[in-house]
Design a protein around this ligand. Structure first.
Ligand code: PR8
Length: 465
């Protein structure tokens, strides 16, 4: 795609996802159509989270003293925090931070809640808005200053190994989530200089946008006992001793919706996976004067049958040309369209058009058409998934010379290079290439691309958002 940035900006406006004209930089308005997609995306995420986490809701503001407690954490966020300093005309006794993320809001409460090993593990999550004063170029959904859809999970465990296992569980949940949205991903063990502030280690999910830049769409962190020590979270173990527990946190944001739109969309507009399409099937009656009533009543008969089977379906009976209707529903990414006109009525059939392939099929109304439509929706999902994974895989390229990195990556690829694992050398590679090391994908033998010492890892390198 030549001008992905422009395409992305236009599609958000034309498909009425968000309105970016709100008069504060980095803050946008969710429009009804966008909000519905967001709702179905969240519904799937919450379904997965609810299997093993409790949902909670914490306040928006954090006292300065709490935010400042964890040194590395606060350092990581100091340039990004919005502060509330006044209540009306009065200056507050203590400045209050608007959460950039909620560790320092939640963990002081964990210190009150956790007494004994029987209180553990704790696994909670919340979906909230957070604010980060981003200094890099802001872009709707991709890099915002008000993150409106921040689903963050926080867990507490007796043992370090249990926290490790929880990191794997977090990764497994996100894999299922992204798979259900047909979003491809690479999972990277982030280099030490790009860990979440205060984390022991960070795994990140990265996906590839159509302009060749990667987007971090989720992270999973092992916090070890660093925050427990800072916030004095202790539990009484079975032997009566008092111990610090181990913690993890993981989260994702509006970026999931950005990648959903960007990865599946095409020149005609959105292409939505059926799971999150606000309308999965749109019926377009092709109305002619003498037959109009009969056609409309057939259309609502079909709609009723499909609705009973749980499909999200609608009839477009606006008094406009069918061509304009087709244009609208393509732009909105509705997975399936049903056309029914006088001739179809006579033959007791309808025409089904797939948004992903633009193919048309006839379908008899005397057959079990709901299950036929259902199998189309399943096929659409797997087709979107295959196409998206194929695109990403085709844009991963092994590189064994430093000179070639920049060109290959700037050509729209994620580069795979060998690296010795030394931080200084890694940072040097980033400086020399002006690119970002995403992290370790797998371990390998051979020499480091830069310093020529023995390579420990194969890492990805890319142009990022
Ligand atoms: C944590 N604490 O906060 P994280 N605009 C849109 N999406 C964003 C932005 C932004 N400005 N900044 C981050 N994200 C941990 C884990 C609780 C939960 C998205 O981790 O700082 C990115 O996809 O990595 C990021 O991976 C995710 O939020 C979590 O933020």
């Amino acid at each position: 795609m030549k001008n992905f940035s422009q395409w992305f900006h236009n599609i958000l406006e034309e498909a009425e996802i968000i309105d970016s004209r709100y008069p504060i930089k980095g803050m946008n308005v969710w429009l009804p159509k966008g909000f519905k997609i967001r709702k179905y995306v969240l519904r799937e995420l919450e379904r997965l989270m609810d299997e093993d986490h409790d949902e909670i809701l914490f306040p928006l503001l954090i006292p300065e003293t709490e935010l400042a407690k964890e040194g590395i954490h606060v350092k990581g966020f100091e340039e990004e925090v919005y502060w509330v300093t006044h209540g009306g005309m009065r200056e507050l006794n203590e400045k209050l931070a608007i959460r950039p993320t909620s560790e320092t809001a939640i963990y002081p409460m964990f210190a009150l809640w956790i007494r004994s090993h029987i209180d553990l593990p704790i696994k909670i999550y919340q979906t909230v808005n957070t604010m980060r004063y981003e200094t890099k170029h802001t872009r709707p959904l991709i890099r915002v200053r008000e993150i409106t859809t921040f689903t963050e999970s926080h867990t507490v465990h007796e043992k370090y190994d249990e926290a490790n296992d929880q990191v794997q569980e977090g990764i497994a949940i996100y894999k299922r989530f992204f798979d259900s949205l047909a979003i491809p991903y690479l999972i990277h063990d982030r280099p030490s200089w790009d860990k979440f502030p205060g984390a022991d280690y960070t795994f990140a999910f990265d996906t590839l946008m159509k302009d060749g830049k990667t987007l971090q769409i989720a992270t999973v962190h092992n916090l070890s006992d660093t925050f427990a020590k800072t916030f004095d979270i202790k539990y009484e173990a079975t032997d009566g001793s008092h111990k610090y527990p181990y913690q993890t946190c993981y989260g994702l944001s509006d970026r999931v919706i950005a990648s959903l739109i960007a990865i599946h969309g095409d020149e005609k507009g959105l292409v939505l996976p059926p799971l999150v399409a606000p309308i999965q099937i749109m019926i377009v009656p092709i109305v002619f004067k003498d037959k109009s009533e009969e056609i409309l009543s057939k259309a609502s008969e079909i709609k009723n049958i499909l609705e009973k089977d749980g499909f999200r379906v609608n009839i477009d009976n606006r008094d406009i040309r069918p061509g304009k209707k087709y244009y609208d529903w393509e732009l909105n990414g509705i997975p399936l369209r049903i056309d029914i006109g006088p001739r179809d009525l006579k033959d007791n059939k309808m025409i089904i058009t797939r948004r992903d392939t633009s193919t048309k099929e006839e379908c008899s109304l005397s057959e079990d058409f709901p299950s036929i439509l259902n199998s189309y929706l399943t096929e659409i999902n797997s087709n979107l998934k295959d196409k998206a994974w194929k695109f990403m895989r085709e844009h991963i390229s092994k590189i064994d010379s430093l000179d070639r990195i920049e060109k290959t990556v700037l050509n729209g690829n994620i580069g795979l290079i060998k690296w010795c694992g030394n931080d200084d050398c890694g940072k040097e590679i980033e400086e020399k290439t002006n690119l970002t090391i995403l992290g370790i994908q797998y371990r390998i033998d051979g020499d480091c691309i830069n310093c020529k010492r023995k390579a420990k890892h194969v890492i990805s390198i890319a142009k990022t958002y």
